[in-house]
Design a protein around this ligand. Structure first.
Ligand code: DAH
Length: 339
């Protein structure tokens, strides 16, 4: 055994190679599971006690020598590292799966982009609001049904603190802080105490628009909305405005776009009317301007509000609003290249 150790010490001392593979084979030959040094250590257990010292010393010399030699070789091969010829670098890599934006985010970003191009800034406000910003400042009479418990989520039965039912509250906050001219849009989440169905949800998203300046007219409103509709739904899109009522605008209107599916001929989606309702709008009621300290003699303005989910449903032909809240990736993945 001592001879074997001596022979290996000599071999290791003089060993050298330029090949990382040969070095590795050498390591396995000595230190592998059945390697020569490994088995010498096995045999060492059987050595007589009086011989242990002499054998042990030699064996340790061999072990340290080999470890140092292998380290030395490793360093050397690191410096002259060559690509393993067995590796095919032309093979395609493992694909990293790409995520996609949620359709509601896609549509919101698109709306924001379109109005940015017209010089509208973005503003936001709190989801937990007070009665003033959601209703009172917006000219809702005290007994207006929209304030009703059935529509509004109140916080801890305090009738003054509630979850905003529309993003119109943000126009009040902006007008309280900023002097005209004001041109802003406010995307955000809103809450209504409504039963969940294929067409409505108790949490959804809106974008509010507001433009206040001297001499803003209904014609400005109409052209802005026409521009938006063509950008959003295609250049052949037409709009129509129907008289309506909102406490905070006078006059008020609802806007329809020509059906995105049949182009106005009549189909299942537009219930054979050729039109789809998209948003509410109007000229800001002078009472609202006065409520926030803007002189309604000097300034006029328009406002509009639309539901993001509704536009997403129409744009992508989705039949059930609940799909937008379930976050099933098989559904969400279909929007990777939506815009
Ligand atoms: N806030 C209204 C709603 O939630 C939408 C709306 C209508 C906003 C007319 C407006 C507007 O700014 O002028 O149904």
């Amino acid at each position: 055994m001592l001879d074997k150790i001596k022979q290996l010490i000599a071999e290791v001392t003089s060993f050298d190679t330029d090949s990382a593979e040969i070095a590795e084979a050498f390591r396995v030959r000595l230190f592998g599971k059945k390697g020569e040094i490994t088995s010498l250590f096995e045999q060492f257990k059987e050595v007589l006690p009086q011989d242990k010292k002499a054998f042990g010393q030699e064996l340790n010399v061999l072990k340290t020598l080999t470890i140092n030699k292998l380290k030395e070789l490793q360093e050397k091969h690191k410096k002259t590292f060559k690509v393993d010829p067995a590796l095919d670098l032309t093979l395609p890599g493992d694909p990293a799966p790409l995520g996609s934006r949620h359709p509601v985010s896609l549509v919101r970003n698109e709306i924001v982009d379109i109005f940015n191009r017209l010089g509208f800034t973005i503003s936001t406000g709190p989801e937990i609001e007070d009665d003033w910003h959601v209703f009172s400042a917006l000219n809702f009479p005290p007994e207006h049904p929209a304030r009703d418990m059935q529509d509004t989520f109140f916080i801890q039965s305090n009738p003054d603190i509630l979850l905003r039912t529309h993003t119109s509250s943000v126009q009040v906050r902006v007008m309280e802080k900023q002097k005209p001219p004001i041109r802003t849009i406010s995307p955000g989440r809103v809450f209504r105490n409504e039963a969940i169905s294929a067409r409505s949800h108790c949490i959804f998203h809106q974008v509010e628009g507001l433009y206040i300046d001297k001499n803003v007219s209904f014609a400005d409103l109409k052209q802005t909305l026409l521009f938006f509709s063509k950008e959003m739904f295609g250049k052949d899109t037409q709009i129509r405005l129907r008289p309506s009522f909102f406490p905070f605008t006078e006059p008020s209107a609802e806007m329809d776009v020509s059906c995105t599916l049949c182009g106005g001929k009549g189909c299942n989606m537009c219930k054979y009317t050729g039109w789809l309702e998209i948003l509410g709008c109007g000229m800001v009621d002078p009472n609202v301007l006065d409520n926030v300290g803007i002189n309604s003699q000097d300034y006029t303005g328009f406002a509009f509000g639309m539901g993001i989910e509704r536009i997403a449903l129409l744009k992508f032909g989705i039949k059930d609003i609940r799909l937008l809240f379930e976050n099933d990736v098989r559904f969400l993945r279909q929007f990777t290249n939506a815009f």
